[in-house]
Design a protein around this ligand. Structure first.
Ligand SMILES: [Zn+2]
Length: 373
């Protein structure tokens, strides 16, 4: 991974690059950042930069043999340690037991969290992740061997929170590696790190993404329009794992439910309104906000269609028909009122209002807007 492939975080990238160029890179670093931040991406980009044979002042080349090996996670001098679970055979597992799965999952979803990862490798749900003592002994052996290609070895420890209490062998090797070695620990929760580890590493804090960074990421990766990306970025709260989850789980039928809901309000079918409210409530807070935000987009398009002659509706074909009909049933002022009311409910749901009550009241208000048309 090149630095350019890591979303956002320009100041930290610049600092890491400068440290490499000035030969002032700490040999043991702790990349600490919340879930869905770019900490693991940065560890990979930094490693690629360190090993690249024709790096520039701003990035690795991405083309040389080293870059290719780092990118496919197959460089012989770069080792990964990560939490594992005991297989049915019962022997203490080590990271390399799961190396195929690790490469596959890390390449597919670098924003994964521990549960995502354990979900991929555990055969039952209630196995707890662990970095075993056998793994730490294994690390010491591996790092004791001469590098195959370059002059240095690298160990990336993902989620050192799961290191076994007695990791003395590891402490010693971090303190006095027998070869030139870079250690990059990639962690989420500083409270769960062993103090003996943190005291031996230089802390690099990786902040959560800003809304703008998250929005850009969504626009580029999923080709979303800027409005949609902005809404999802807002809901993801700077957590790109959550942002990806939102994009991938947005229900295609939200527009359809919205249509049924509006129709139920319009025809004063309270039983149907109740049913739909019940269904929506089950989606959970985040999806509910997403549903309503989608509804806002429909309202906005209706208003524009109503007020601007020749306006081309930005929506899929079947939705366009609905928007046209919808805008013909209401006057502009009431579309605007409905828009504001939906917006307000989103605001209250974010602040933990009772979603069911809020939705039902909203339905009545929308109904009232229809009557007043
Ligand atoms: Zn290169």
């Amino acid at each position: 991974m090149k630095f350019a492939d890591v979303p956002g975080l320009a100041p930290i990238k610049a600092k890491l690059i400068a440290n490499v160029q000035n030969e002032r890179l700490a040999h043991a670093q702790l990349f600490l950042g919340p879930e869905g931040s770019g900490k693991l991406h940065l560890a990979l980009a930094l490693t690629q930069y360190l090993y690249c044979t024709s790096r520039s002042n701003t990035d690795s080349c991405g083309e040389c043999s080293s870059c290719r090996k780092v990118r496919t996670l197959t460089h012989p001098d770069i080792h990964f340690t990560y939490p594992t679970v005991v297989k049915t055979s019962g022997k203490e597992p080590i990271s390399t037991d799961y190396v195929q799965e690790w490469r596959k999952e890390l390449l597919a979803s670098p924003f994964m969290n521990t549960s995502d990862w354990i979900g991929k490798i555990a055969d039952s749900e209630n196995k707890s992740p662990n970095i075993t003592r056998r793994e730490t002994r294994e690390i010491v052996t591996k790092l004791g061997m001469k590098p195959y290609e370059g002059e240095a070895k690298t160990l990336i420890i993902w989620m050192p929170e799961y290191l076994a209490e007695q990791s003395n062998a590891l402490l010693k090797v971090i303190e006095e590696p027998t070869q030139k070695t870079y250690f990059i620990l990639v962690a989420e929760n500083s409270d769960r790190l062993l103090a003996t580890i943190t005291s031996r590493t230089q802390l690099v804090k990786i902040p959560k993404y800003t809304e703008t960074e998250a929005q850009l990421f969504l626009q580029e990766k999923y080709n979303l329009d800027s409005k949609k990306a902005e809404q999802l970025a807002y809901l993801s709260e700077g957590n790109l794992r959550k942002a990806i989850d939102l994009v991938e789980s947005v229900e295609d039928n939200y527009s359809e439910i919205f249509r049924d809901w509006m129709l139920a309000c319009y025809s004063n079918n309270l039983k149907k309104v109740m049913e739909i409210t019940e269904e929506l409530h089950k989606l959970g807070r985040v999806q509910l906000q997403l549903f309503l935000t989608n509804g806002l987009a429909i309202m906005r398009e209706s208003l524009l269609y109503k007020t601007i002659t020749g306006y081309v509706i930005k929506a899929e074909t079947d939705q366009q028909d609905f928007i046209k009909k919808f805008s013909s049933t209401l006057n502009a002022a009431y579309i605007e009122t409905s828009y504001e009311q939906i917006n307000e409910v989103i605001y209250h749901i974010q602040r933990n209002a009772n979603a069911k009550v809020a939705l039902f009241n909203l339905s009545l208000n929308l109904r009232y807007n229809f009557i007043r048309k």
